[in-house]
Design a protein around this ligand. Structure first.
Ligand SMILES: [Fe+2]
Length: 236
């Protein structure tokens, strides 16, 4: 997770991107993992044996992602589209076929679909709840040195609000994540750590799955940067 960092990321938090560049980024994010994340979780849950704490945790996560019921908001893919409307990007721009996705984006998305339903279940669960949902801040978050901003503060300081004119009211997704995601991070690591024997075959499968995910994700982000016309010099 320490390496889940892409060179173009700093450019996404600064002013200066064109509308077309922003749109290309968000169209990819939506199609690759935002729209179908609840379904990916459901696929992983579908292969979990009767281990109650794991099923409960995944079901809670799935419930929040597909309904927004814990944060009392709405389905997270819907919250994403509301955030896009706040930027002035209508829903039709996010429908299938509205844009041609980069081939690396399709490779990563298809692989996530396959892996989420492939055993061992611990590898699928780690892939989704640690790699996909987690960030480069994972280690700091678990040790308590990374403190999540308060939901309202997270929305107010978001680059889309500060630099790109998105109204704070449209940032429900950011608020929902700030409200519930901290608990998900702790749950994700607890589940994996408590149901995987150390130095065994399953641990090796988890590590190889997440390393493959990192490679495919970096290639995906390279593809999006290419579509946005970004260069490493700009990001330096
Ligand atoms: Fe979410």
């Amino acid at each position: 997770m320490d390496r889940k960092q892409h060179w173009a990321y700093p450019l996404l938090t600064r002013p200066g991107l064109s509308r077309a560049q922003l749109l290309a980024h968000f169209q990819h994010e939506y199609a690759v993992y935002v729209r179908d994340f609840p379904v990916l979780l459901a696929r992983a849950l579908g292969q979990v044996p009767p281990v109650s704490d794991v099923r409960v945790s995944l079901a809670e996560n799935l419930f929040e992602e597909q309904t927004g019921g814990l944060s009392r908001t709405a389905p997270h893919p819907e919250l994403f589209l509301r955030m896009m409307e706040g930027l002035g990007f209508g829903r039709a721009l996010f429908e299938d076929g509205a844009t041609r996705l980069h081939e690396n984006a399709l490779l990563y998305r298809d692989w996530l679909f396959e892996e989420s339903a492939r055993g061992p279940w611990q590898a699928a669960v780690a892939l989704l709840t640690i790699f996909v949902e987690g960030s480069v801040h994972e280690r700091a978050e678990l040790t308590g040195t990374f403190v999540r901003p308060h939901p309202a503060e997270a929305a107010r300081r978001h680059p889309l609000v500060v630099h790109y004119g998105c109204p704070e009211e449209a940032m429900q997704l950011t608020r929902a994540h700030a409200a519930v995601e901290g608990g998900h991070r702790v749950d994700a690591w607890r589940i994996v750590a408590s149901h995987v024997p150390e130095r065994g075959e399953i641990e090796a499968r988890i590590v190889s799955t997440c390393q493959r995910a990192l490679g495919l994700w970096l290639a995906y982000r390279d593809g999006v940067a290419e579509r946005m016309g970004l260069s490493r010099e700009q990001a330096a």
